[in-house]
Design a protein around this ligand. Structure first.
Ligand SMILES: Nc1ncnc2c1ncn2[C@@H]1O[C@H](COP(=O)(O)OP(=O)(O)OP(=O)(O)O)[C@@H](O)[C@H]1O
Length: 601
């Protein structure tokens, strides 16, 4: 969508039909899988946790910040789920640094209050350590037995934890995929918290499934989920969104440009002046020490250390602890810090060879700074000697343009468009997205899920709309890809049958106000949106261009053979079942304010 991306095929042509057919099949498979999981969960019995204890209140009152409204609402939703006998399956989505950890802290505490055990699964060893510290600090003064399980622990420590879990002496375990090993057995597991589930590989899928049976699940993700996809998945898996940043957060000032020693030195010095710390990301272990030495020459007064995954457990842990405790100023690191690392005093980030990273990865790494009140700076640098590829340029432009708080949503949208929404749902779907366009793809998922859940008759929402019109948003009308994407999405939402009658008019007003009079192609798009809505409301199965007019077929179960149109009911009801009804087709140039009736048949 957006005028680029998907290959254009002739309206009503066979390529288009084939692409849609393939995507629809793939989407159905996803929907079947989702609905199967959902039905299994609804049919199984879980533990209904009791109401909050006075201790819970005490713990919550000790939180050192004012919760954001979204944090409060999400915590309420999680608790309500936990108190229900059906196992919880809730996904918390919130942009980097928006405070998901506190939700996990409170849910875990509630589970422990009921005598249940909690397993928190996180993607990296460093995060195990960090969460352990956070939980330990929050649970201080309460009798909660907390343990970690990752490669940072010695065999002896790991064995103690595993035995303690089996005997029911350990209440909360925070660990990497080591928690999933067959050796680990729980006496009475009640809650599983999964941080960044998509980071666990396929090899852990089955073990994860086993762990998840009949217990409450709280999944957390920093990949914001686009609204349309959220609608598709909501109801299958409950979802809470943290959309408000904690108070006093500032957007991260982001610079994209060719690498220059002068700029790097100035950036580090500026941070040192305010006694802050710097992340310098260089993702090659083979050259990372050389880069660190170069930085030491550039800024001799800076204390520099290096972190990467090839260090021994002990060395790596020590480096991070030292950085935490401000024993040095610059951490030259690989992307090992990408997920979740929370060091409030580090507020300058420099990424070397930033063109080599994916968009979401850049956003995640940038999320390591700006997590407190201080203004944060991010420098995304690339080699001045080598020309950037077009996609790399596109990525860097997107990241630079989306530096406002919560910009993760736009980035995720763009990334989903590039990589495929399947990554969120567990299949490789990007080919299908390229075939049919992002918007239609998401709508198909929503429709398929609804159909399989039995919310609507299957096929009813599968409106086939094939008209020979040039309906799109041209680049010379809305230049920014992100804003174009946003406009498409708004129109798509407004044209849903459940949207208010004037929803499309409002979008038209907004577009006119923001970008000026609608050009022909956009007017066509608006007309098609109105037609789509009206046709869906009338229960039509398809509207197709036929000669000078357009034909339509009403969706009637089970034969799907009657043709008709709500505006011409009398005529169509007397038509023979196998004959389509026709009427003049809205060819071009309807006015923006034209009513749905005048745009369609
Ligand atoms: N309501 C709040 N007000 C101010 N600071 C907060 C609030 N909630 C959390 N924080 C702080 O913000 C920082 C980021 O929170 P947290 O680590 O929970 O983010 P996150 O959502 O897990 O981010 P990421 O996806 O990057 O892991 C932490 O230092 C935390 O203490």
């Amino acid at each position: 969508m957006g005028g680029e991306g998907p290959a254009l095929s002739k309206m009503g042509g066979s390529d288009w039909a084939a692409a849609k057919g393939k995507a629809r099949k793939a989407v159905r498979d996803i929907a079947v899988e989702l609905v199967k999981l959902y039905s299994a969960r609804m049919a199984s019995a879980g533990h209904a946790f009791g109401p909050d204890t006075p201790w819970q209140r005490e713990l919550e009152e000790a939180f050192p910040f004012a919760e954001t409204p979204d944090q409060l609402q999400t915590i309420d939703e999680v608790k309500a789920d936990m108190e229900r006998p059906i196992p919880m399956d809730r996904l918390i989505s919130g942009d980097v640094g928006y405070g998901k950890t506190e939700i996990a802290v409170r849910a875990a505490f509630k589970a422990v209050q009921d005598g249940k055990q909690v397993a928190m699964l996180v993607p990296t060893t460093l995060l195990v350590k960090q969460h352990l510290e956070t939980f330990a600090e929050r649970f201080a003064g309460f009798p909660v037995h907390l343990r970690a399980l990752s490669r940072f622990q010695t065999d002896k420590e790991a064995k103690e934890t595993i035995d303690g879990l089996e005997r029911g002496e350990v209440d909360v375990v925070i660990g990497t995929h080591r928690i999933l090993s067959d050796q680990v057995r729980f006496k009475d597991l009640g809650l599983v918290i999964i941080d960044e589930e998509q980071r666990f590989g396929v090899e852990h899928k089955d073990q994860l499934k086993k762990l998840k049976t009949n217990v409450d699940i709280l999944a957390m993700s920093a990949t914001p989920i686009p609204r349309t996809l959220e609608m598709a998945v909501t109801g299958i898996r409950e979802m809470s969104t943290l959309a408000t940043p904690p108070e006093d957060r500032h957007p991260i000032l982001t610079f994209v440009g060719p690498r220059s020693d002068k700029q790097i030195a100035a950036a580090i010095r500026r941070e040192l002046l305010r006694e802050g710390q710097v992340f310098f990301v260089h993702n090659r272990v083979s050259s990372i020490n050389r880069v660190a030495s170069e930085l030491a020459e550039l800024v001799p007064e800076a204390r520099i250390a290096v972190a990467h995954g090839k260090l021994t457990e002990h060395q790596l842990e020590q480096v991070i602890v030292d950085f935490w405790e401000r024993r040095f100023d610059v951490l030259v690191t690989t992307t090992i810090i990408e997920t979740g690392i929370d060091i409030a005093n580090a507020n300058t980030l420099i990424i070397d060879q930033a063109d080599k990273y994916g968009l979401s990865q850049l956003h995640q790494i940038r999320g390591r700074v700006g997590r407190g009140r201080e203004r944060a700076y991010a420098y995304f640098l690339y080699d001045a000697e080598k020309p950037l590829t077009e996609t790399a340029q596109d990525r860097l432009e997107t990241i630079a343009a989306n530096n406002e708080l919560g910009g993760g949503m736009q980035i995720a949208l763009k990334d989903l468009e590039i990589r495929g929404a399947g990554n969120l749902l567990g299949g490789e779907q990007s080919g299908h997205i390229a075939g049919v366009g992002f918007d239609l793809y998401l709508r198909m998922i929503g429709e398929a899920v609804s159909a399989f859940r039995g919310d609507v008759a299957e096929g009813q929402t599968e409106l086939r709309l094939e008209l020979p019109v040039d309906a799109r948003i041209p680049e010379d009308y809305i230049e920014s890809e992100r804003l174009r994407l946003e406009a498409y999405q708004k129109l798509s939402t407004a044209s849903a049958p459940a949207s208010p009658d004037d929803a499309v008019d409002r979008v038209v007003e907004e577009l006119t106000d923001r970008y000026g009079e609608l050009p022909d192609a956009v007017q066509q798009l608006v007309a098609v949106s109105r037609l789509r809505r009206q046709a869906q409301k009338a229960g039509l199965g398809e509207v197709v261009a036929m000669g000078d007019g357009c034909g339509w077929r009403r969706w009637t179960r089970p034969t799907r053979s009657r043709f008709g149109c709500s505006a011409c009911t009398r005529a169509s009801s007397s038509s023979p079942p196998s004959m389509p009804s026709t009427c003049p087709c809205p060819r071009a140039h309807p006015t923006p304010s034209s009513s749905p009736g005048s745009t369609s048949c």
